[in-house]
Design a protein around this ligand. Sequence first.
Ligand code: UD1
Ligand code: UDP
Length: 361
Amino acid sequence: MIKILTIIGARPQFIKAATISRVIRNTENILEIIVHTGQHYDDNMSKIFFEEMDIPEPHYNLGIGGGKHGQQTGDMLINIEKVLIEEKPTVTIVYGDTNSTIAGALAATKLQIPVVHIEAGLRSFNKKMPEEVNRIMTDHISDKLFTSTDAAIENLKKEGICTTKISKVGDVMYDAALFYKEKAVRNSKIIEELNLANNDFVLATVHRAENTDTKERLSRIIHELDKISKKINVIFPLHPRTKQKIEEYKIITKNITFINPVGYIDMVMLERTCKMIMTDSGGMQKEAFFHKKPCITLRSETEWVELVESGCNFLWTDEISLMDLYDKVIVTELDLSRNYYGDGNAASLIIGKVISTYKYR
Ligand code: UD1
Ligand code: UDP
């Protein structure tokens, strides 16, 4: 029996873990213990994903949300270590690049429990981002690195990570996009509730520290989105970090339609129906492509470089106004002919490899 201990805590990790967790439940001789660090804790940032996506209730919720990086990561490290000592798993799984990721990877490595990193190898080459530090450190202490893209493999090779540890399997978020599409079409009422129609709105999200942690930067983004919303409706599900900052900086906007964070099922429908996505979210850049929509990334660099190279994703840099970029993007034909993110079976490939690697451990 292989005992996997999954460590998750932030919204995108619930979505990634949903696909893996389902495969584990359908596989014999493998058991999953889920540890939720509590990094995201509002019902619409956490509980809704477990319910809608049929993710099993976490065995542990450590309740560690908010606080500064050191405090948050340190508290996670201390408490994850306790769970690992208690549960003695064969292997741990961590996802992406959040503080929950690095805390989980570090706690396990120090106890000599192998770490599997899903969505490994991504780089923005901007170490001011907390995520960049988390992902570099996690990759270098992981035992097995599952990547979604060729670019990620190249990044890992350049950093000297042994190629035998790396497997390209596709992207678990693509698995999720395919799996939940029908459920979203069937169950979501968000388009009717917000009185929206096909292609008549831009879907925007912002939450990255580099976009929210100075008044100047967040004001610019909101004011540029406000101008666009005089032309086309802008629907903006508001991340709690961004909400706090808009209030703190007293940024006023009249035209943007802010809504509370939505569950995955509603988000899929918003993505499928909108005219364009504008976001600093890593996950939503890919989802724009999955749902065949253009994306403006509200950052000057991205980890998903293949989407920029193929002309499906457009980076917003300081020199151009968002409106000018929007005008350019709406008349651009997208090249959707290539699929960069696998065949929708990344989760099965990962679990197959985990079993063959760790079955005798
Ligand atoms: C975190 C990740 C980021 C990821 C994002 C996904 C790190 C360093 N950052 O950023 O990589 O893209 O999650 O959404 O791990 N808050 C609430 N309610 C919640 C969750 C958060 O009020 O349910 C508040 C927190 O108290 C905190 C702020 O939002 O004040 C930021 O939360 P935090 O988890 O620290 O970082 P995120 O910006 O969510
Ligand atoms: N998402 C969601 N509801 C929202 C905003 C985002 O379900 O209100 C989903 C989105 O579809 C994607 C994931 O959350 O699957 C992305 O998470 P987020 O943007 O918080 O983090 P990132 O991907 O940037 O790490």
